[in-house]
Write a protein that binds this ligand. Structure first.
Ligand code: GDP
Length: 299
């Protein structure tokens, strides 16, 4: 079991032996504990470093120094700081942007196994039930027939419409045919699933860039597995450099990861987190909540 931040800081406060106030020395000790807590939660090192600078500045400010329980006050500062980073600019809506001439195209990007196909199913369900939208799904993964079948299965499971494709077609042709079908049949949203690789790969990036250019999606969602931990940052960077991402879905938060990837990915790309995956099943999708994620990261 990882020690949570409140316990860590209370431990430091106890050793302060009645010093009610924070000093340079005991602040340094507390910052060390905060650093460890963030690293254990899988927040990437450069992100931890820049965060600590900001926290240090605030920790030595009135709010914490004058407080009767500096440990508790410091936890509050850290929590607010993390939530603030993940919330970002309040003008950026956490919801899916569908404000366009229908059909609104949503392009999914991410490595193989990240949870793209599952997330397409979950989003289709969410869009139908919560937003009353008519949803078409399509798979441009021409490398794995099983991926196309998997998308068909989840789409049928949630009662949306599936646009068939096969491995002999070109991803771009599939995407354009699906878009044409969606236009002619008055779909509100087209969810486009794409191929993923096990690692970042030039050919994969070019393929998804081509798809992006021809589809002109209103949302390009980067799907990333929370269990990737520190590696999530490099993957996010690579996809962000290749594509104008508009949102992130962080999956598999039902696992035991603390979710530090949420913070790292947000800090490194500046792209808002929109949803989290909390189960394999189709209702396992929740809107992203920065406050809750900050609490989770701190344990
Ligand atoms: P893709 O290769 O990116 O399309 O990934 P998939 O959608 O096929 O997902 C890979 C695996 O992760 C599958 O076994 C999914 O059931 C599982 N998965 C996806 N999202 C979640 C989630 O939020 N929680 C859990 N526990 N499993 C998930």
């Amino acid at each position: 079991m990882l020690e949570n931040l409140t316990d860590r800081l209370s431990r430091v406060v106890k050793t302060m032996r009645g010093q009610a106030r924070l000093t340079e020395a005991n602040t340094a000790e507390m910052l060390r504990e905060i650093r460890l807590a963030l690293l254990e939660a899988d927040v990437a090192l450069p992100v931890v470093k820049s965060l600590l600078e900001q926290i240090k500045f605030k920790a030595l400010g009135e709010e914490v120094v004058g407080s009767l329980s500096p440990g508790q006050a410091l936890v509050g500062v850290v929590q607010r700081e993390l939530a603030q980073i993940m919330m970002g600019d309040t003008n950026q809506s956490g919801e899916l942007n569908l404000a366009t001439q229908p059909p609104a195209v949503v392009l999914m990007a991410g490595l193989q196994g990240a949870g793209k196909t599952t997330s397409v199913g979950k989003l289709a369900k969410w869009l139908q039930e919560k937003k009353k939208k008519k949803v078409l799904t399509v798979s441009c993964d021409v490398y794995r027939p099983a991926a196309i079948e998997q998308l068909e299965t989840v789409t049928k499971q949630v009662g949306a419409e599936f646009f068939p494709s096969n491995v002999n077609q070109k991803p771009n042709d599939i995407a354009l045919a699906a878009l044409d079908w969606a236009r002619r049949h008055y779909f509100d949203v087209v969810l486009v699933d794409t191929a993923g690789r096990l690692g970042i790969d030039e050919a994969l990036m070019q393929e998804i860039q081509t798809l992006h250019t021809s589809l002109n999606p209103i949302e390009t969602l980067f799907v990333v597995d929370a269990m990737l931990g520190q590696d999530a940052v490099n993957t996010a960077k690579a996809f962000h450099e290749a594509l104008p991402l508009t949102g992130v879905i962080l999956t598999k938060l039902d696992g035991d990861s603390r979710g530090g990837a949420a913070l790292s990915v947000r800090q490194v790309t500046g792209v808002p987190l929109k949803f989290i995956g909390v189960a394999e099943k189709m209702d396992g999708l929740e809107s992203f909540d920065a406050q809750r994620m900050a609490n989770r990261i701190l344990g």
